[in-house]
Each structure stands twice: as C-alpha cells, then as structure tokens.
Ligand binder design. Structure first.
Ligand code: AMX
Length: 435
C-alpha cells in the first residue's frame, strides 16, 4: 500500500498549483473587514488563517476534510472487532484529504509503534519531575526535550533547500506522535501509580498502546473510548489557542517539537483544554453539595451559585460554536451505549437539560450549549481513570494528531513567518476617527 508520505507528496504539486492560481487570479480580493470590537475582542471572526484539515461551522460543528464526526465514524478504518474509528485514519485524512485503506492504517499503526522509543534522558527528565508539577507542564517539558532528536533542526543547521522543509517536518511529526504514548503514560504512572510503564506492543494500534500503558489494556471498552477520544479531540480548525500557537511558533521554523510544546502550553489553560479537568471537579463538587437530589431545582440552584460566584460554567460556551458540540454528542452516544446508568453520566445529562436555559437567562455567553469538555471526564472516570488533573494530557495527545498535519502542510506550502499588525490604543482611536 502507498505510504502516507508518498500519498502526500503525490498530491502536493497539484495543491500548490491550485493555490498559486487562486492567488494569481484573486490575490487582491477582499475576504472580510475588521471592526474595532474584533480587535479588542480576541480577534474573534477575523479570517486570517489557512487551515486545511477542518472547518468549524457555528451551527453544525466541525468537519474534518468536509466530513462530519458521524461520517468519519462511518468511513474510517476500525480495529478488528472495534466499532470506533482509529485516530491513525483521521491523521491520514487530515494530512491528505483522503480516506485511507485498512492496510494503510495498519501500516501507520506499525510505523508509529516502531518509532516510539524515548531517549533515556527524556525518561529521566519525566521521572525527576515532582509529582505535584501539573501533568501538562511535565508533558510540554518532555515534548520540548524531544527536540534533541529533531531532524528538521539538524537539517536546517546544515543548510537545506526550502523545498525539503516539509519532508523533515513530516519525519519529526511522525516521530513525535509515535513517542507521545510513552511520554503521556509515563507521566500518568509516575504521578498516580507505581511508576512502571508497559512496553509498546508493536503489532497493536496507537490507542490500544496508550490505554494499555496507562493501565487499562484489559478493558476493551476503555480502548474503544480511547479510539473515539483521540479521534474527536484532534482538530478544531486553526484559530483555537493550541492550534494557532503551534502554527505560529512553527512559522518561525521552530521544529515540530518546539511548536507542539508551545501549543500544549496553551491547551493547558482553563478556558481551553484544561476545561475537561475543571468540569469533572465542578461536577464532583456539585455532587457533594446536592447529594442524590438531581431535581431540576437543585441543579438550577447550583448553576446559579456558580454564576453568582463570578465563575464560568466549565464545559459550556464556545468562541465559534452556537449549538451543542457534535464532539459532545458523540461522547453522549458512547455513554448511552456503554454506561447509561452511571450516576455521574446521569448528572451530566441533567446539567445538559438545565444549563442552556440558565445560561440563556444569565444572558452573557453567546453560546449556552456544551462543548467537548463537558463530557469527556465522565467517560474516563467511569472506567477508573479518575485523576482529573491528568485529563488535558489525553486531549494534548489527540491535539498533536490534529495540529501537526497542518504544520507539515505549512512547510509544504512555504508559508511565511506570521506577523499580524498591532497598534496602540491611541492609534486605533485616530484610525476610527474618535474625537
Ligand atoms: N459560563 C459563564 N459565563 C460564560 C460562559 C460560561 N460557560 N461562557 C461565556 N461566558 C461569558 C464570558 O465569560 C463573557 O463574559 P464577560 O463579558 O464578563 O467577559 C461573556 O459570557 C461573553 O463570552 P462569549 O463571547 O460567549 O465567549 P468567548 O468566545 O469569549 O469565550 C469560552 C469562549 C469557551 C472561553 C467561554 O465560553 C468559557 O469560558 N467557557 C467555559 C470554559 C470552557 O468550557 N472552555 C472550553 C472550550 C472548549 C475548548 O477550548 N476546549
């Protein structure tokens, strides 16, 4: 079967030609205008990034290369006996725009397993971290240290032609992704367990290996959950903090290791990826407070208490989405299939029923519906992965599979160093004609 690198390389000339022509014919066309509110409002809605893997519709949610999550669940290859897609297949789709064959996905699993070994000093670095250093800090630290093996950085130092950038970026990205289960599980086993990490099984898929290394290899349903989880957290177009940061840092020709590490630092913020940790803690607090009374009234009161305390309801709202996140829906469906009677799932379902009304009445958020993070922790805790402070690491492993394809594409397109324009408030005032 044709390899991923060859598939990408074969399509590249045609893609480059299309962009060249588009820019030649329409390069000076206006694609949008920018208001002062957008400038002060976190650049919301300003169209200024090219991101090929996915586009986010505010009503419908994410599409990966034009495919919705249910469509991906349908067409992407699955593990033997499994029913969830393999994230290997989504990585292939994001990079090439093509749905891979079963064989191509099996080959990719094998390739990642073969590249998975960590340098000894990185293992030691992780082992030396105090267990109260947040797992996300340990994670980005380890990814930064993997820079030691960057083929891109080495080749660049030697002096390479621009046309060769993407090939080295590809190799680094493949090596980096391959090593993440070893990194992520080592952090988990060190911080919460006995520090012993199972070896990668070279004939198994990526999600099996991660699940097994975390200590859940006996549980088929947990492995399936990992496959779904790692597929749906990959990519959410280019403007979110982790994707944009990875892309931005990469534009300086920092290697994939340094770029992803920066992206992970952004993912670690509570308004972004850390929200999955926040959600579980918040639900547990709620459970403590309201006990077994899951009535509409008591949930409503708890939500208002959170809001009156000047806090956000974690897992709700989104910068782009204006409807329930399809990533939430796919996890809800997984729960309905595998854990319909779990008390925490029941709590999540009750919050889903009540929170949109409360948030609407509160009147601040533009989106009162749940996002991806409102559900993931409840699935993990059901299977015994109860350590909420670890959850964002799993998000980060998946996010690597979403942002690194674009980094390869960035280098293949020859994208320049990114450099938007800033002005001081005085200059903006003058620009809009303020007196
Ligand atoms: N609870 C309470 N208030 C909320 C809210 C929520 N869930 N979501 C938004 N608001 C508030 C904002 O804080 C803001 O208040 P302000 O005017 O006092 O500053 C106001 O509503 C308007 O915000 P917005 O335009 O609707 O949202 P945004 O684009 O600025 O921010 C997000 C988006 C996700 C950061 C925000 O909805 C939020 O903080 N949600 C809770 C945290 C969360 O779940 N984050 C994860 C998002 C998904 C992800 O990245 N993994």
């Amino acid at each position: 079967a044709k390899s991923l690198k060859d598939t990408f390389a074969a399509k590249l000339p045609e893609e480059l030609e299309k962009i060249k022509k588009l820019r030649k014919d329409y390069g000076s066309k206006v694609v949008g205008e920018v208001t002062l509110d957008q400038v002060y409002g976190g650049a919301r809605g300003i169209k200024s990034l090219v991101w090929e893997g996915s586009v986010l519709d505010s009503e419908e949610g994410i599409r990966f290369r034009g495919k919705t999550i249910p469509e991906c669940q349908e067409v992407l290859p699955k593990a033997e006996g499994g029913s969830e897609p393999l994230p290997e297949g989504l990585f292939w789709l994001l990079l090439t725009g093509e749905v891979p064959s079963e064989q191509q996905v099996r080959d990719l699993s094998a390739e990642w397993a073969a590249r998975s070994d960590l340098p000894k000093f990185v293992e030691e670095l992780i082992d030396r971290c105090p267990s109260d250093l947040h797992p996300m800090a340990q994670f980005s630290l380890a990814v930064t240290a993997l820079e030691h093996g960057s083929e891109f950085a080495k080749a660049y130092a030697k002096g390479i032609n621009k046309k060769e950038y993407w090939g080295y970026t590809f190799e680094d990205s493949m090596n980096l992704i391959a090593k993440l289960p070893n990194v992520a599980s080592r952090i988990y086993r060190n911080v919460y367990k006995d520090g012993k990490v199972a070896a990668i099984q070279k004939d198994k898929d990526y999600s099996f290996n991660l699940a097994n290394q975390l200590g859940f290899g006996e549980n088929k349903d947990f492995i399936e959950l990992m496959r779904l989880y790692l597929t749906i957290h990959t990519d959410h177009e280019g403007g979110n903090v982790s994707a944009h940061t990875t892309h931005l840092v990469g534009s300086a020709l920092s290697s994939p290791y340094l770029s992803l590490s920066a992206g992970l630092q952004g993912l670690a913020g509570p308004l972004h990826g850390l929200a999955n940790q926040e959600v579980l803690n918040w639900l547990q607090e709620m459970k403590k407070t309201i006990g077994n009374d899951l009535s509409d009234e008591s949930i409503k009161k708890y939500l208002w208490d959170t809001l009156h305390g000047g806090r956000v309801v974690p897992g709700y709202g989104h910068a782009v989405l204006r409807k329930t996140d399809p990533r939430y829906v796919s996890q809800r469906e997984f729960a309905l299939k595998h854990l319909p009677d779990d008390p925490m799932f029941k709590l999540v379902s009750q919050v889903y029923k009540i929170a949109p009304g409360v948030l609407t009445e509160h009147g601040k958020t533009k989106n009162p519906y749940p996002n991806v993070d409102a559900h993931s922790g409840v699935l993990l805790q059901y299977y015994g992965l109860t350590e909420a402070s670890y959850y964002t690491v799993l998000f980060g492993v998946s996010r690597a599979l979403g942002v690194l394809p674009q980094l390869i594409i960035d280098r293949a397109y020859g994208m320049p160093i990114e450099r938007p324009k800033s002005l001081d408030s005085k200059s903006f005032a003058k620009l809009v004609g303020a007196q």
